[in-house]
Design a protein around this ligand. Structure first.
Ligand SMILES: NC(=O)c1ccc[n+]([C@@H]2O[C@H](COP(=O)([O-])OP(=O)(O)OC[C@H]3O[C@@H](n4cnc5c(N)ncnc54)[C@H](OP(=O)(O)O)[C@@H]3O)[C@@H](O)[C@H]2O)c1
Length: 309
């Protein structure tokens, strides 16, 4: 496993992160096996959100299962996310919502602090001064060590930064071979023949690199948000052919090559994987030891339906 230092944030974090969105359905024993397998493969970073499962079910499951793993709290980094309220049908970054959300997460996870807290999706009514007050209180109380965001465009981060004292160290965004708008827009700039030239995120990739904000790529194997994985999916024959060739060459799985494609990007991203299958976790962690060439990276990108302008 490779590790990176997050600028102004936690040090020596694994480049592959275990996402916990899919953990609620597991038994405590199986959840403990997922957490422990990931750790034994070198993963030391676990991603949560209050909205993963009903009423914080992912956090509750993790909290119950963790005691069965033999691990100590300080062995791992735990990331929480707040702001999404599916039952209420809204996003809420008010001070009160942020503070009570973190208290709920700590209780369910059975921990005293979160290593990182991300604002999950933009509350269209957010007041950056209120967010700043909430972050100050959480930091002073020792409940959160570092702060970041998810799915945020550059100008919203700038607006937050005008008031928030703590560095914004992470932006968690969707990126996969299939869902690669983060990258596409730069390649096709000014090209009216394709929608891929559209900047849908205000060039957030370059912005984050300029501002030393680590990109965390969520759902690295998914088609869209709920389309299932593209790995071994007959709708993606060219991509699977290329993934298969490189997987054979490197003696790893196709899923590992898809994750290695993200880790090959010089922005030094983390990839957040969501499998709950311990064998898949082991397979995928091999990605961190694969270094794709410049040419491999382009071949994979083009096999996913892109073209050179
Ligand atoms: N910030 C945000 O807005 C946001 C949104 C969504 C997700 N996330 C984060 O991203 C994490 C990952 O999301 P995700 O679960 O959609 O990611 P993913 O790793 O792209 O997809 C995982 C899914 O792919 C399946 N899969 C099929 N074949 C696989 C193989 N060979 N190896 C590995 N997995 C395979 C897994 O099934 P098996 O379990 O059977 O392996 C699982 O259902 C979440 O847990 C969450 O932490 C963040």
């Amino acid at each position: 496993m490779k590790h990176i230092n997050i600028v102004n944030g936690p040090q020596s974090v694994s480049t592959i992160v275990q996402g916990c969105m899919r953990i609620p359905g597991l038994s405590n024993e199986n959840a403990a096996k997922v957490i422990r397998t990931a750790y034994d493969c070198g993963i030391n970073f676990y991603d949560h959100a209050t909205c993963y499962g009903k009423d914080g079910a992912a956090e509750t499951k993790f909290g119950e299962a963790f005691s069965l793993t033999g691990l100590k709290r300080e062995d791992i980094y735990i990331q929480g996310k707040c702001g999404i309220y599916p039952d209420r049908g809204e996003f809420d970054w008010s001070k009160e919502a942020i503070l009570s959300s973190v208290d709920g997460s700590l209780k369910r996870l059975k921990v005293d602090y979160l290593d990182t807290l991300l604002l999950h999706r933009p509350d269209l009514l957010f007041d950056p001064e209120e967010v700043a007050e909430a972050f100050d209180e959480l930091e002073q109380a020792g409940k959160v060590r570092y702060f970041g965001v998810s799915n945020l465009v550059p100008m919203q981060i700038e607006l937050l930064k005008k008031y928030v004292k703590q560095p914004i160290i992470i932006n968690q965004v969707q990126l996969s071979l299939e869902q690669s708008q983060l990258i596409d827009q730069a390649l096709y700039m000014n090209n009216k023949t394709t929608d891929m030239s559209l900047s849908r995120d205000g060039n957030v990739l370059d912005y984050c690199r300029l501002k030393d904000i680590t990109i965390q790529a969520w759902s690295p194997l998914q088609v869209g948000m709920f389309g299932g994985t593209f790995v071994d999916n007959p709708d993606f024959p060219e991509l699977n052919k290329k993934l298969g060739e490189l997987a054979d060459r490197e003696n790893v799985s196709k899923a590992a090559i898809a994750v290695a494609w993200i880790l090959r990007h010089p922005a030094k991203m983390q990839a957040i994987v969501g499998t709950m299958n311990p064998e898949h976790i082991k397979d995928i962690c091999a990605a961190a030891d694969v270094t794709l060439s410049h040419h491999d990276w382009y071949e994979l990108y083009l096999s996913a339906g892109k073209f050179l302008p």
